[in-house]
Design a protein around this ligand. Sequence first.
Ligand code: ZN
Ligand code: ZN
Length: 372
Amino acid sequence: MPVNYETTPDFAGRRARLAAAIGALGADVLVISDLVNLRYLTGFTGSNGSALVRTDGPDLIATDGRYRAQVAAQAPGLDVLIERDTVTALVALLADHQGELPLRVGFEADAVTVAQFAGLSVLLDRAGLELVPLRGTVEKLREVKDDGEIAQIEAACRLGDKALATLIERDGIVAGRTEREVARDLEWIMYGCGADAIAFETIVAAGANSAIPHHRPTDAVLASGDFVKIDFGAVVGGYHSDMTRTFVLDQASDWQRAIYQIVADAQHAGRMALLPGAALADVDAAARDVITAAGYGEQYVHGLGHGVGLAIHEAPGIGAAATGTLRDGATVTVEPGIYLPGRGGVRIEDTLVVTDSGARSLTTSPRALQVL
Ligand code: ZN
Ligand code: ZN
């Protein structure tokens, strides 16, 4: 299937940036075996593949025979190796062709299994190759999105906004329906609007279930006066959107309005704190302090947000223990919540892009409390 980009991404440029990064980390070559990273660096979207990115030579991609035509179409500039066990095949190739100096072979430590590692160690030892485990190297590059990527994420966010508005227009979120029915309707509308896929299993949580941050939709029936929390996203051209809105059915009570307003204020503070160079922990604190000051710090049980892109959860993670800073061009969520067990909960989440003039929200559904 062709990748749905408006303009072709600069895959060679991405690989050149990666080559410079791995050189600085003490490796001559990096074996890419994470499929999302493989897609980012080559455009190839098959379910089996890996690639070699080298500091000093042509890059190479490997996949099996099912993808012979697809890899030629999606990664036209790369030499292709057709083998079932792609990682072993690439390492065997390095072992055969190394020069005088022992080659330092980087691996994605988070993407190699113990079973693969055992076989690779034997191969590396025999050929005198040095193993360099690397973590998060490609993910670090992926943090900063180019214009084409931002356009894809924005398209996914727009689609999500439109799907939710359509569901509301059709009286899809009303008392008497089940969580499962609402979730399936929303997903069906997203597909109807042109989504390639849903970004993750849609969360529809009504009443007391809304106090469970990652509730899976059940046959529970929505009732008048319930909070209904909906967390969902679409995939367009490989890129994800992520948004949460919390509604009240028919009539909101005072406690519901009160906690909703606190979460809305915290979310606003979090969005305002998204500036290039800001410490990730400070961004988390900007929102968390609002909730803590209101007395609900213990009922806010997760981090503020995460990067969104080719993966639904990617770097940077924005939480109290996060290290590092926010980068210009990062696309991240801001999603504080308050969860009162047995009663109900509120989360408000947007996907935003960080720019030097502040953050621009790519999700634009109304944030004020909507009583449906
Ligand atoms: Zn979400
Ligand atoms: Zn999220």
